[in-house]
Design a protein around this ligand. Structure first.
Ligand code: SAM
Length: 240
């Protein structure tokens, strides 16, 4: 499950996110449906509203906002290892941080510093793909989830279908890289995005990664419009 060719890049990923942190929200605004898709995945977790949730690889907090909408009485910890992305998130959620509803921590998602069984839910949007070892990452998440806790993986993923790969290739190199490079003045992280999706697990492989590591009731759901063939919510529950 380790994707060796990208490992070096993956170590450098947070540094590259630091470079684009201040333009990240603007770049994602250009990606029609970005926030709606996050909202949909968070809704699909069917939370009660009072859970303690970990937003893993929270970035500038777009995924945190999606989770916040589902948790009127809950508590969210956002974790990321890019100081620049966290700075943006902390700025946006200053009020919620002051009221004790949200907290942001600088941590490596591969080495989570939380006790066993400490979260009701984990939301990981556009995060798993950046992990140097997918299996280790899922094991770490499983450890900190409470029994019956829910995990949602929200990410770009391509089925083993040549047309889906061609679609992503054209979308990536034809639109995403040129546009985001223009907006952020940095092409490295966006070129990495395209390559990392091409070498990532298929939706079915993510499903079995979860099942093989102790999750049950795993459901794979796609998203609307032009993201239908490439974006998925994969949700599972930790065994009791
Ligand atoms: C594409 S952004 C997604 C941000 C947010 N979840 C969203 O939906 O907008 C991916 C984030 O993963 C973070 N990241 C990458 N590798 C990480 C690691 N090993 N530990 C923690 N965060 C990591 C990056 O710094 C970046 O902020």
């Amino acid at each position: 499950m380790t994707s060796t060719p990208l490992i070096l890049n993956k170590v450098l990923v947070p540094k590259e996110f630091n470079k684009v942190a201040s333009s990240y929200d603007f770049a994602t605004k250009m990606s029609q449906g970005y926030q709606d898709d996050l909202d949909t995945s968070a809704q699909r977790m069917e939370l009660k509203g009072n859970e303690k949730l970990l937003d893993l690889c929270c970035g500038t907090g777009k995924s945190t906002l999606a989770c916040l909408k589902q948790l009127p009485n809950g508590y969210i910890i956002g974790v990321d290892n890019s100081e620049g992305m966290l700075k943006e998130a902390k700025h946006k959620f200053a009020e919620e941080i002051n009221s004790g509803k949200i907290c942001f921590l600088l941590q490596d998602a591969m080495n989570l510093d939380f006790p066993d069984n400490s979260f009701d839910a984990v939301f990981m949007a556009y995060g798993l793909r950046n992990m140097p070892d997918y299996q280790e990452s899922i094991r770490g998440i499983y450890r900190i989830l409470k029994p019956n806790g829910k995990l949602c993986i929200h990410d770009y993923s391509l089925s083993k279908n040549i047309f889906t790969k061609a679609y992503w290739f054209i979308l990536g190199y034809g639109f995403i890289v040129p546009l985001c490079t223009f907006l952020s003045r940095s092409s490295k992280i966006y070129t990495y995005l395209i390559k990392s999706v091409l070498t990532f697990l298929s939706p079915n492989e993510i499903k079995f990664l979860l099942i093989n590591n102790g999750f049950e009731s795993v459901l794979v759901q796609s998203h609307a419009s032009w993201r239908k063939p490439i974006l998925y919510s994969i949700i599972g529950t930790k065994r009791t």
